[in-house]
Design a protein around this ligand. Structure first.
Ligand SMILES: [Zn+2]
Length: 191
C-alpha cells in the first residue's frame, strides 16, 4: 500500500505517466482496477472514496493507493482522528475529545489507546524528520507525557517541513502524518 494525494485526477496522471514507484522494488506502477468503495467520515459530512489499485510493471506486486486524507482501516478522516489526538495531548480526556470531534467515546478511546501504545515510535520518527528537513531545527522540549511529546514531534516536523517547502503549508498537518506513516499510524505493523 502507498499513500497519494487527495486529487484523484492528479493521481491518474501520475499513474498513467509511470511517475509512481513500487514501494517494494522501485519499478513503475500501472493502473490496475480499483479497491472497494468506502465511506470516509469527515469533520462535517462524509465522502465516498474509491482508492485506485496499481500493479508494478517489474515485480508484479499490487498496491492500493490510499489518499492522505484517510488511514488504513479507519472510517474517520485522519483530520478528525488527529484533532482528537491533539486534544488529548493538550490535556483533554477521551470523553471531552469525543464530544469536540463528535464521535462515540469508545471509538475515540480506541484511537487514543493505539496512539499511546506507539507514542515513542511516533516521537522518534517525527523528531528525526524534523531534524532532517528543518532549516534550523529545534526539537520540541519534553512535556509530562509520552503522548504529548509524540504529538509535539508531529507538529514540529510539520512546521519544519513547511519552513523548508512553503507549499507543504497547503497540506493539513495530519495529512503529512498519513503520508509519512503510509496510512498506518494506527494500524499494526508500521515501523
Ligand atoms: Zn515492484
Amino acid at each position: 500500500m502507498l499513500t497519494v494525494g487527495v486529487d484523484a485526477a492528479r493521481v491518474e496522471d501520475r499513474l498513467a505517466g509511470g511517475e509512481l514507484s513500487c514501494p517494494d522494488c522501485g519499478g513503475s506502477l500501472r493502473p490496475w482496477g480499483w479497491a472497494r468503495t468506502r465511506i470516509l467520515r469527515e469533520a462535517v459530512g462524509s465522502q465516498a472514496i474509491r482508492p485506485r489499485r496499481s500493479r508494478c510493471s517489474e515485480c508484479g506486486g499490487s498496491h492500493v493507493l490510499l489518499p492522505v486524507c484517510a488511514l488504513l482501516r479507519r472510517a474517520d478522516a485522519v483530520s478528525v482522528i488527529g484533532a482528537a489526538l491533539a486534544l488529548r495531548a493538550a490535556g483533554a480526556g477521551a470523553r471531552r475529545a469525543a464530544a469536540v470531534v463528535d464521535r462515540p467515546v469508545d471509538t475515540v478511546r480506541g484511537w487514543l489507546r493505539r496512539f499511546a501504545q506507539r507514542a515513542e515510535h511516533v516521537r522518534v520518527t517525527f523528531t528525526s524528520l524534523l531534524v532532517g528537513v528543518g532549516v534550523d531545527p529545534v526539537p520540541p522540549a519534553a512535556t509530562s507525557s509520552a503522548f504529548a511529546d509524540a504529538v509535539a514531534a508531529v507538529i514540529g516536523a510539520f512546521e519544519a517541513a513547511r519552513s523548508r517547502w512553503p507549499n507543504v503549508g497547503e497540506l493539513p498537518v495530519w495529512a503529512l502524518v498519513a503520508a509519512v506513516t503510509g496510512g498506518r499510524l494506527l494500524a499494526p505493523g508500521w515501523s
